[in-house]
Design a protein around this ligand. Structure first.
Ligand SMILES: *Cc1c(COP(=O)(O)O)cnc(C)c1O
Length: 394
């Protein structure tokens, strides 16, 4: 029997040789624009904390109150004795915010996708997925007994081809798509997708992880952005990004919720969220319902930052959202770029093959509503300096 460590070390070494090992940095305080990372204050440009809610006083207060009233943990899985009134209130708040009948709250966006998709797509059904969908959708599809098909990224002609080929062959047809794609920051053509779905009798599952708190009125997400209320069968999202906390959800009809809560193993077989988390999630939604100042600020910052990058000659790819890649081509350039700006005090990670196609390496920046103009100018100055040094811009 080979020694396990030597087998694993061979894998790790092969990643090391390709320079693909994660070197994980530590935050030594809250995720804020000037964050302490590995002992040094840097300008944060790679968190998904779009609205700055993770350190918001209203969320922190709600979490502390919940600990005082309900304790540190929930004591059980949701279905047995782990549903507190807080969990129910959160699901009501999600449904209100997303304008659906009801919603089901999962441990995370990842487990929402990996638990729900295999139940929504059963034997005799087909799951049709955008080629650039998130890994949690991919895993959900892999766990399903349904047929699978992939269409070209955002390409509704190709989607129509797949729908046409499958016409009359399946019991249920699902189209699955990210709302905002996490690597390029581009938006799925959900209006056209929904029309095709209606034409072919398909259902739509959208993953709004990067749309929540970002797109739509008061940050209600992509369905609101395209005014598709009532036309999206499964409106999935997460609290780990724009909402600043953690936890996934799927919003839809009451029946969809009842089906999923009886069927999803990632709902049934896992301890429920602690009260502090749930209360902070409720506070995030209530805050956004009352006031869209942060959403407006996020877009103001996004437009400013993206505009300045373009002015300076950087290629920001297909981005239409706060996720702004700076396209650099080769992986080695993207890695060097990230190291150099980090040395200058700006924290943004390189995204390289195999996360994106060869020759499409980039650093991915994300501004938030919490960044001040001075923060953004500081980042822009350092990015330009490194861009010039590495010959990316003049
Ligand atoms: C981050 C992300 C998820 C996972 O959400 P978590 O709640 O963090 O597990 C799912 N889908 C997309 C598109 C994401 O970007």
């Amino acid at each position: 029997m080979p020694n396990l460590d030597s087998v694993l070390a061979a894998e790790v070494n092969s990643l090391r040789e390709k320079d693909l090992l994660w070197n994980i940095k530590q935050l030594q305080g809250p995720s804020v624009p000037r964050a302490k990372v590995d002992g040094k204050i840097v300008l944060m440009l790679c968190s998904n904390n779009y609205l700055g809610l993770s350190d918001h006083p209203a969320l922190k207060e709600a979490a502390i109150d919940a600990i005082n009233h309900y304790g540190a943990g929930s004591g059980s899985v949701r279905a047995i004795a782990g549903t507190m009134d807080l969990h129910v209130r959160l699901e009501e708040a999600i449904a209100r915010f997303k304008k659906t009948d009801d919603a089901i709250y999962y441990q995370s966006g990842f487990t929402a996708n990996s638990g729900a998709i295999p139940q929504l797509g059963l034997e005799g059904d087909i799951l049709i997925s955008d080629e650039l969908n998130h890994g949690s959708i991919i895993d959900g599809v892999r766990l399903s007994k349904a047929q699978r098909a992939i269409y070209k990224h955002k390409n509704t002609d190709d989607l129509r081809r797949v729908l046409e080929e499958g016409k009359g062959k399946y019991k249920k047809t699902w189209i699955l798509t990210d709302g905002v794609f996490s690597m390029d920051g581009d938006i799925a053509p959900l209006g056209e997708i929904s029309k095709l779905a209606q034409e072919y009798g398909a259902y739509v599952f959208v993953d709004d992880a990067h749309g929540d708190g970002v797109l739509g009125d008061h940050g209600r997400g992509i369905t609101d952005h395209f005014r598709l209320h009532g036309k999206i069968e499964a409106d999935m999202g997460t609290f780990s990004k724009g909402f600043g906390v953690v936890g996934g959800y799927i919003a839809g009809t009451r029946t969809l919720k009842e089906f999923l809560l009886n069927k999803s193993r990632t709902y049934l077989l896992t301890g429920s969220h602690p009260p502090a988390t749930v209360a902070a999630c409720i506070a995030a939604i209530e805050l956004l319902e009352k006031d869209d100042t942060l959403v407006k600020k996020l877009w103001e910052n996004t437009k400013y930052f993206k505009g300045k990058l373009k002015e300076k000659g950087f290629d920001t790819g297909e981005s239409e959202t706060p996720i702004t890649p700076i396209m650099l081509g080769e992986s080695s350039v993207a890695k060097k770029f990230s190291q150099e700006i980090y040395a200058e005090g700006v924290f943004a990670l390189p995204i390289v093959f195999p996360m994106v196609a060869q020759g499409r390496a980039r650093i991915r920046t994300m501004v938030t509503a919490a960044h001040s103009k001075e923060d953004l100018d500081f980042a822009l100055e350092k990015i330009e300096k490194v861009g010039q040094k590495l010959g990316v811009v003049k």
